[in-house]
Design a protein around this ligand. Structure first.
Ligand SMILES: [Zn+2]
Length: 451
């Protein structure tokens, strides 16, 4: 049970239906937000915190994350220093450890992502996830577990431009409803997003990737596509049929994009899809806003293309957050190392600056990076934000903060139907963060409980 709490002297970013707007007010909550200064006359029974003008925002929602902490990965298990492997597969404690590691940095809801892996690994992950799903995250001192994000399993290991990163093509299955049901069965209710290689159409008669996308959308699950060798036509046909799509330009390698007539790929589908009628089509893009996986120029471009209401920041953290002394690690089919020069990401061993294997980011890192991206156009030497700036005008600090709360809070909530969170309004879950100077997360409440 969350205690009745009031945060006094805060600058609360309340959602007005369009923007997160700063208001100097007190905010009252138990597990849910009860009201603000003007609407809440009685103070009796409330624990008070004086926020001394700090910014209070909604908690972050991370919809693509494999792991975190001291080498915890939702598919592969935990880091073993003796073997320098993440191994053993997931269990309840591995998943809870990831949720705890990220909650400290302001994530209050997260999906856990699977990798292309042997079926028994995926089943172990599903079994562990079932133990956490629907249970309050704050009981374990962590973020709320929002569900499963299935990456890799239904990508197509074609040699035609697909880039699979550290995903092992051996464990990719033809994208079809039958295969999906075969792996997830009753656990389908936990699944929120499924990566689909629409190029399966050209490789296996057993597959029906568009049929799978339609099946998912009927059940409230988002289909997504990216690091794929699919043609533009295949992707656009899928959007037409399913009506919803998330473009996951995670940044781990090129999508097929060779710009030759007749060979237009997934990348070329993105601007077309971004321009489609938002009343009819439900199109979002997810970027790893860690400053490494996706170049600042491309993130700024995507922001301009999709607009502030359709871009989502994700961490894609692969298993290490914080200052753990892990230099080298085996992950699936590759050996990875933390960059010697740029410690923000993991690279394939010996390939720093060339081949990315995963991120180490937390949502707080993304928030701070995105703030820099949206406000630094004030510097005339920064060409990255030109496109964004041209289209959306200059970003004063409060406007940039609103956009960052959109990308990391209200947009993912909207995209995935999490209607009880993602914004600060009366009646929503009390998932809150307090930001200190430099936009560092200093305090976190999950369902009204201080973490
Ligand atoms: Zn990933």
């Amino acid at each position: 049970m969350a205690m009745k709490t009031v945060l006094r002297n805060a600058t609360v970013f309340r959602f007005d239906g369009y923007r997160h707007v700063p208001v100097k007010t007190d905010v009252y909550f138990d597990s849910h937000i009860q009201g603000f200064s003007e609407s809440h006359p009685s103070d009796s029974g409330y624990i008070e915190h004086n926020m001394r003008g700090r910014i209070i925002g909604p908690g972050f929602i991370d919809t693509h994350c494999h792991g975190g902490g001291s080498g915890l990965n939702s598919t592969e298990g935990r880091y073993n220093p003796a073997t320098e492997m993440i191994e053993g597969g997931a269990d309840e404690e591995v998943l809870a450890g990831i949720l705890r590691a990220h909650a400290k940095h302001g994530t209050t809801t997260m999906f856990l992502s699977s990798l292309a892996a042997p079926e028994d690994r995926i089943r172990r992950f599903i079994g562990a996830a079932e133990k956490l799903y629907g249970k309050p995250g704050s009981e374990r001192g962590g973020a709320e577990f929002g569900g499963i994000d299935c990456e890799g399993t239904f990508l197509c290991p074609s040699d035609d431009g697909a880039y699979v990163g550290c995903l092992d093509p051996k464990y990719m299955h033809p994208a079809s409803v039958g295969r999906f049901k075969g792996i997830f069965g009753d656990a389908e209710k936990m699944v929120k997003k499924v990566g689909i290689g629409f190029d399966w159409d050209s490789y296996s008669p057993e597959s029906d990737p568009v049929g799978l996308a339609e099946y998912l959308v009927e059940r409230g699950i988002m289909p997504c596509t990216g690091h794929s060798g699919a043609s533009m036509k295949q992707v656009m046909c899928a959007i037409k049929a399913a009506g919803s799509m998330v473009f996951i330009h995670y940044g781990n390698g090129p999508n097929k994009s060779n710009l030759k007539p007749g060979f237009e790929g997934t990348m070329e589908a993105i601007p077309f899809a971004a321009g489609m009628d938002k009343e009819v089509y439900n199109i979002y893009a997810e970027h790893i806003l860690d400053g490494v996986h996706v170049s600042p120029s491309f993130s700024a471009f995507a922001y301009g293309l999709f607009g502030p209401d359709r871009l989502i920041g994700v961490t894609d953290n692969i298993g290490i957050s914080g200052d753990y002394d892990i230099k080298r690690i085996k992950l699936g089919a590759v050996t990875a190392q933390i960059g010697q020069h740029d410690k923000r990401a993991l690279w394939k061993e010996g390939c720093e600056g060339k081949t990315l294997v995963g991120s180490r980011a937390t949502c707080n890192d993304l928030f701070r990076y995105a703030m820099g991206l949206l406000t630094s156009h004030m510097d005339p030497k920064n060409i990255y934000a030109m496109y964004t700036c041209e289209k959306f005008g200059p970003f004063p600090r409060d406007e940039a903060l609103s956009s960052c709360f959109k990308m990391l809070c209200s947009n993912p909530a909207k995209a995935y139907g999490l209607s009880d969170r993602g914004e600060i309004s009366a009646g929503k879950r009390a998932d809150l963060i307090a930001l200190g100077s430099d936009n560092n997360v200093e305090r976190v409440w999950v369902g009204g409980n201080l973490i």
